[in-house]
Design a protein around this ligand. Structure first.
Ligand code: ADP
Ligand code: MG
Length: 474
């Protein structure tokens, strides 16, 4: 029976079609699959890309398992053959994704390079260069909770996924301090785009990776390959572009890639910890392009949204029951960062699972106390001195010395000010560690800084920057 694999797969498809309900999903995710062969109880099917395989694994694994079991018996196995996900000449290095550590006995991990047999061609679709998208399936629109804090960004992102490159949000520039959902939203846009347009090339890349690729390409004399690779992308998502600051070579390349993509109606999405106007050491011509489309921020979620985010994370974590008063308590206690909110939730869940503690208000209070105290404890005078020195580009030795050079005195006073504010050390102790001064000098420094804060705008900027750095790095 030569054609057995075809017949078996056809039967599988009939069941799958009945079970999926939505004809569009069936068409997109199952029609392109080609049965290759059947060896005893192992059916091999060919899928067009790694992304495709991951999508199936993520969304249809239970259904596939059932169907295979039904058609091939309980020892039935499904094996994938993946058409290689490579670009013409430039290949991104990335870890192959076992994203959530799922080990699935049914699935045997991808096998062959089968680039000669392109199912898209057979299905009458245009051949495209294929690129691994780097998308993380955890971060979907569905679990990106909407609130006043993100409504504009979220809906712009959604609109983009409907018509990439065709809206006025090009580029979409998302900015916010860390932990408020930029990366999550970018992945969500990528995933949604892929779902709407499976044949579009979507690529998520961090600015560090982008830089590293460029540096390597420059070293190997393959800058052109680098540029061509990026020119083939339909939806390019670059995370944390503030990290490109000072990297003029990389910025220059990005400038050309940006122009090419934009002129060709391709979509660009960027994120940063600051709005474009506040980005330091980014070329003006690149900055001006960042402002072409929509620049919008993600704000701190209000307590209602925080509660909803917690509930959604709890739901995704399985069937663990957390009383409402505990959820509210967490949401009220942690207000400045969604990542922290998640961190607290995870430690409470871990306590309850590992130590078999019931989740009560007391447990939550304990964990939050610990969390908050821990982060305060880490701030030391040395730590503050390092941040201040880094900021003013001076050395710790200079702060420790007795020099009275103006800029050193100012840095020393700031180190004293923040040490008094953020550590539990005595004034005398702070004095000793900042240039061997006495406690009166520390007090004087503290007052000088508070006075200057009211009168000197530039100085105020320094203090605010430093305050942020101290908090963020902590
Ligand atoms: P950023 O890139 O701005 O630093 P992330 O996207 O990494 O922030 O978000 C930090 C964490 O908070 C992630 O786990 C993300 O899922 C979660 N998060 C942020 N905003 C939301 C939201 N609106 N709904 C659900 N989860 C969110
Ligand atoms: Mg991020």
């Amino acid at each position: 029976m030569e054609n057995n694999h075809v017949a078996v797969w056809k039967k599988c498809l009939d069941i799958i079609r009945d079970n999926i309900g939505d004809p569009k999903s069936f068409k997109v995710w199952f029609e392109p699959i080609k049965p290759l062969h059947l060896d005893k109880q192992v059916l091999t099917i060919q899928v067009p890309s790694q992304f495709f395989y991951e999508w199936l694994e993520e969304h249809y694994i239970d259904l596939l398992k059932k169907v295979i079991k039904r058609e091939l018996g309980s020892g039935g196995r499904l094996q994938y053959s993946i058409v290689m996900d490579t670009a013409d000449s430039f290949q991104i290095t990335q870890k192959s994704g076992n994203r959530n550590g799922l080990v699935n006995p049914l699935i045997q991990i991808p096998v062959t390079d089968n680039s000669k047999m392109d199912p898209w061609v057979r299905a009458g679709m245009p051949t495209k260069t294929r690129v691994k998208s780097n998308l993380n399936f955890k971060y979907t629109f569905e679990n990106f909770i909407e609130g006043d804090c993100n409504r504009l960004a979220r809906s712009a992102g959604y609109a983009i996924a409907e018509e990439p490159g065709k809206t006025s949000f090009n580029p979409l520039f998302l900015h916010s301090p860390t932990g408020l959902g930029k990366t999550h939203l970018m992945h969500a846009i990528g995933i949604q785009t892929k779902e709407n347009f499976p044949d579009k090339t979507v690529l998520y890349v961090s600015s560090e990776e982008f830089t590293q690729q460029y540096v390597e390409a420059a070293k190997n004399g393959s800058k052109n390959d680098f540029a061509h690779f990026y020119q083939a992308i339909d939806v390019l998502l670059i995370d944390d572009v503030h990290k490109l600051s000072g990297r003029s070579g990389t910025q220059d390349q990005l400038f050309h890639i940006f122009n090419y993509l934009h002129q060709n109606g391709k979509q660009i999405i960027l994120s940063s910890d600051k709005p474009p106007v506040d980005l330091a050491d980014i070329e003006a011509r690149l900055l001006s392009r960042f402002k072409w489309g929509l620049a919008t921020d993600l704000e701190l979620p209000n307590v209602q949204t925080r509660i909803e985010i917690l509930k959604s994370k709890i739901k995704n974590n399985g069937e663990i029951d957390i009383p409402n008063d505990v959820i509210e308590y967490i949401a009220y206690s942690i207000s400045n960062n969604v990542r922290e909110l998640e961190g607290i939730l995870n430690s409470i869940l871990a306590q309850s699972i590992l130590n078999k503690r019931t989740i009560t208000l007391d447990l939550a209070r304990d964990m939050i106390d610990k969390f908050v105290r821990n982060s305060a404890k880490e701030i030391s005078i040395d730590y503050i001195k390092n941040i201040v020195c880094d900021y003013f580009q001076i050395t710790v030795d200079e702060i420790n010395s007795r020099t009275r050079k103006r800029e050193i005195v100012q840095a020393r006073q700031l180190a004293m000010y923040f040490s008094k504010k953020h550590t539990k050390c005595s004034l005398a102790n702070i004095g000793v560690q900042c240039g061997n001064k006495d406690h009166a000098t520390v007090l004087h420094a503290y007052r000088t800084v508070t006075d200057l804060l009211d009168t000197d705008k530039q100085f105020k900027v320094y203090v605010e920057d430093l305050e942020k750095k101290i908090k963020i790095s902590n």
